[in-house]
Design a protein around this ligand. Structure first.
Ligand code: ADP
Ligand code: ADP
Ligand code: ZN
Ligand code: ZN
Length: 846
């Protein structure tokens, strides 16, 4: 029997942990998938429904594309009927290009260029420019000095030669290539008659400058292994050289390897010696002088694109001339009005999604994943597609409850246009507003994978197994916990960073502080940037990665760091730990077991077995990074790369070890009944049972379980973790260190991707950290987390330039009495039943 036209009918879904799931979903509806983390929501929504839609799409395009199908995962499912074409809006989908901006992905930039071309004010006598002339991504538009980058790279002597007391022979020039190539360059200098044995600082400036900055590339005879004296003699006698060598100046070498190297490592190495500064010709504005001479509303196009969308929209509104189609209205005005209307329309869509504080020039890689997903959603709202299903992954990530309303309106708009929405979501408000709710569970991994409920949200009330039920139908959760009193204050003064301007704020010590505020208010700027940056100078601890380290771009000459100071309290902080959502590790050689350190203990157990001892296998033998034990076919990677012409290369399991990563001799060793590869395949939950009685291994495993990672396998490469998972792995790794207190933990939105039941577990861990004498500061929009805080710092009142100030501080009970706080309204229901706190505790610090 065929599915009725208004249903999507799934039979026998078995992707990942799904247990032969049969499910009927309504079309043209908002369907929300919920369940604890690891239960199988993504396996259902993305791994099955979206993957199948994608597979059908590929199959329909061309026979050629069929070859690609092998590369995308084919869902394990008997049948799916009634499935519309799908568009996925995931949070993490590939690295955006460094040149892509908010404006370029939303087409706002296109319209701005048209506006400037057709309706801009040109300097007297200048001919009209085309829209492309206003783009820094076209050869005719880009500033010819910096090629449209807006900055130029400098390679300074200090970076190339950090220690001038060393001689060239002693590797004074650190920017030179290592090994043979470096020796070669040194030998060439000897041939050229330069002194390579005196300290660098003793060389004449002319010589130093030539070696560093010359663009000449002389080719000269090289006498490898000769001393300078022997070389001179050989040259005089015109002896046969070892070979002819070509010299390259140090700066030239650095720039060349940065530009042309295909190896990320080489690029990174080169970037270390470079610093970026604003282009002296365009002053960072990226465009040719002609384009920058054209203005609209008094600003050049670069300055216009630096304005927030909110600002932009009010300026455009002011510039729009009254709509009158009288014949005497000139053409230019009519055109301007039309373009302005399109712009306003597009900007309004983004504003409704809570993105009005962003500027069109903002580089997309600097957007948070949640912001990026909403930007994509915004572009879809304008696409006029209908009859498709949008698959979304936690669209409320990073959203304050006040912003969630607008998001729901946008989803409604897509639905009204005749589309279906499949949304993975943990936000209770979104679940309540769903047309249809699917809960997957009851547990994670092996213990999940079943559909517990599928129907209108109200019906979940009758499902006893549901992890969501207690939260969705609880009247309000009374948080009767009495806030802990602060044990001192960390006082930050004059903090300036992004939208924070000379902010004074005091952070209480040895308590849980939650920083709240609408999206874009400045929470991350305070918690993830300013606080760690200011503290890093004062205390040891985890190095704070700056934004530059995440990309392969050279650092800016004047890095955009925090200004301000710590006025008091820094002495009470012995260690700083910033637990962020940045991906862990770039190499698939790092996995959950190695990252958390528990693999060391596992390998020692294997080395201690009688079989291993008799063969004299050490613990190192059980590492796939060590030659003795690993598979030689894939060097321990478990897969091999197959390069395809014209297509991205694909990975295939290693034909020798079939993914086991080890050689057969190593796999012969068993601990209890499993070999090392089989142990890596265990989930954390399974491993916890398997290592019963080995506390050194069990303890870190239990911590991973406690924060909702029980479903992850020990061998899962760290590169495959989602942002939220990566953050929880880092947190668990931190939790297992015996903390003596005095540590300050800063955590940005730890609840991302977590079901309320998982959040409860996480909160128990955070509360335990505080009970052990530590301080925890989190940026968070989840009101249940805020209600559990000892102290709240509410930023705002709005986003961007309209934010960045402290609207209210105090205990949760204090906050709900603050009329100006946008958080108060959403927090109030959760703490309505709590006793009022001591009056007059709303001052900052004391
Ligand atoms: P949720 O979205 O509910 O958090 P997932 O669907 O991501 O859960 O995961 C459900 C189960 O499937 C987990 O046990 C997880 O480890 C497993 N799983 C997820 N992705 C993969 C994959 N690519 N390969 C194998 N197993 C996977
Ligand atoms: P929240 O964490 O409250 O959502 P953020 O601290 O991320 O807010 O952002 C506060 C303001 O700072 C916003 O206007 C945002 O656009 C701006 N901002 C944040 N990060 C950057 C950045 N890397 N470059 C430029 N502006 C930024
Ligand atoms: Zn320039
Ligand atoms: Zn192999």
């Amino acid at each position: 029997m065929r599915a009725p036209a208004d249903r999507v009918r799934i039979r026998g879904a078995r992707t990942h942990n799904l247990r032969n799931v049969d499910l009927d979903l309504p079309r043209d509806a908002l369907v929300v998938f919920t369940g604890i983390s690891g239960s199988g929501k993504s396996s259902l929504a993305f791994g099955t429904l979206y993957a199948e839609a994608q597979r059908r799409y590929f199959e329909s395009v061309s026979p050629y594309a069929r070859r690609l199908i092998d590369q995308i995962a084919v869902p394990d499912v008997d049948s799916i009927e009634g499935l519309p074409p799908a568009v996925a809006l995931q949070q993490h989908s590939g690295a955006a290009s460094a040149r892509s901006t908010l404006g370029s992905v939303t087409t706002v930039a296109n319209l701005l260029r048209m506006l400037y071309s057709r309706a801009g004010d040109y300097p007297r006598g200048q001919p009209m420019l085309h829209a492309e002339d206003f783009s820094a991504n076209t050869p005719q538009g880009a500033c010819s000095h910096c090629h449209g980058l807006g900055r130029v790279y400098e390679v300074t002597e200090a970076a190339m030669v950090p220690d001038t007391s060393l001689s060239i022979r002693d590797r004074a020039i650190v920017a030179w290539p290592p090994a043979w190539h470096g020796q070669n360059l040194r030998d060439i200098l000897v041939t050229l008659g330069h002194d390579v044995d005196s300290p660098w600082c003793k060389l004449p400036k002319k010589t130093r400058d030539w070696i560093l900055y010359t663009d000449e590339q002389p080719t000269v005879p090289v006498y490898a292994g000769f001393t300078p004296a022997e070389t001179r003699r050989a040259l005089r006698r015109k002896m046969e050289p070892s070979y002819m060598g070509t010299f390259t100046g140090v700066r030239r070498h650095v720039l060349q390897s940065f530009r042309t190297s295909h190896s990320a490592l080489m690029k990174k190495r080169a970037a270390r010696f470079m610093s970026a500064s604003a282009c002296p010709v365009c002053h960072g504005r990226r465009l040719q002088a002609a384009a920058l001479g054209v203005t609209f509303a008094g600003l050049d196009i670069f300055a216009f694109g630096e304005l927030s969308l909110n600002d932009l929209s009010s300026r455009l509104r002011r510039s729009r001339s009254p709509a009158r189609s009288a014949p005497d209205v000139d053409e230019k005005r009519l055109v301007a009005n039309r373009i302005i209307d399109s712009l306003l329309d597009r900007i309004a869509t983004l504003q409704r999604l809570g993105l009005g504080y962003l500027a069109p020039n903002r580089a997309t890689p600097s957007l948070s994943p949640g912001e990026l997903q909403r930007v994509r959603l915004g572009t879809q709202l304008r696409s006029n597609l209908f009859g498709v299903v949008y698959v979304l992954d936690e669209p409320t990530a990073g959203l304050h409850p006040a912003d969630t309303e607008a998001l729901l309106d946008s989803l409604q708009q897509l639905k009204d246009a005749g589309n279906s929405l499949f949304v993975i979501e943990h936000d209770l408000e979104v679940m309540r507003r769903a047309d249809w709710l699917v809960e997957v569970g009851p547990g994670a991994g092996q213990d999940g994978g079943r559909v517990l409920y599928s129907g209108p949200p109200g019906g979940l009330r009758a499902v006893a197994d549901s992890a969501t039920r207690p939260y969705l139908f609880a009247p309000t959760v009374p948080m009767a916990r009495t806030p802990r009193p602060p044990q001192g204050w960390l006082k930050l003064k004059n903090v300036t960073r992004n939208n924070l301007h000379r902010l004074d704020v005091a952070i209480p010590l040895r308590v849980l502080t939650v920083v709240t505020g609408v999206s874009g208010a400045g929470k991350s700027s305070l918690v993830s940037a300013a606080l760690p940056e200011l503290l890093a100078e004062r205390v040891a601890g985890q190095k704070v990665p700056t934004q530059e380290e995440v990309t392969d771009e050279p650092p800016a000459a004047t890095p955009d760091l925090t200004q301000g100071m710590i006025d008091d309290g820094a002495d009470a902080v012995q260690r700083l730990v910033a637990v962020d959502q940045k991906p862990i590790g770039r190499t698939p050689r790092s996995n959950l077991a190695t990252y958390t350190g528990l693999f060391d203990a596992v390998r020692r157990l294997f080395a201690a077995t009688p079989a291993a001892k008799s063969r004299r296998y050490s613990a190192g033998r059980f590492s796939f990074n060590v030659e003795a034990g690993r598979c030689s076919g894939c060097a321990g990677e478990g897969f091999v790369t197959i390069e395809l012409l014209f297509m991205p290369s694909v990975y295939a399991p290693c034909p020798v070890c079939h993914g086991a990563r080890y050689n057969p001799e190593t796999l012969k060793i068993r601990f209890q009944d499993r070999n090392i590869a089989e142990v890596l395949a265990l989930s954390v939950d399974e491993a916890c049972r398997f290592f019963e009685g080995f506390p050194a291994i069990q303890r870190p495993l239990q911590l991973l379980q406690d924060i909702g990672l029980g479903y992850v396998s020990l061998g899962q490469p760290t590169t495959e973790f989602s942002g939220g998972e990566a953050q929880r792995v880092k947190l668990a790794t931190e939790l297992q260190r015996l903390s003596r207190g005095g540590t300050l933990y800063v955590i940005d939105e730890p609840t991302a991707g977590l079901h309320p039941a998982d959040i409860d577990k996480l909160m128990r861990q955070l509360q335990a950290l505080i009970d052990a004498g530590n301080t925890v500061v989190v940026a968070e929009h989840d009101m249940r987390v805020a209600a559990e805080a000892d102290w709240i710092i509410d930023l705002g009142p709005e986003a961007g330039d309209a934010g960045g100030t402290v609207v209210a501080v105090g205990t949760p009970q204090d906050i709900v009495r603050q009329p100006l706080s946008r958080t108060a309204r959403y927090l109030a229901p959760l703490i309505a039943l709590a006793p009022p706190s001591v009056p007059g505790r709303t001052a900052i610090g004391r």
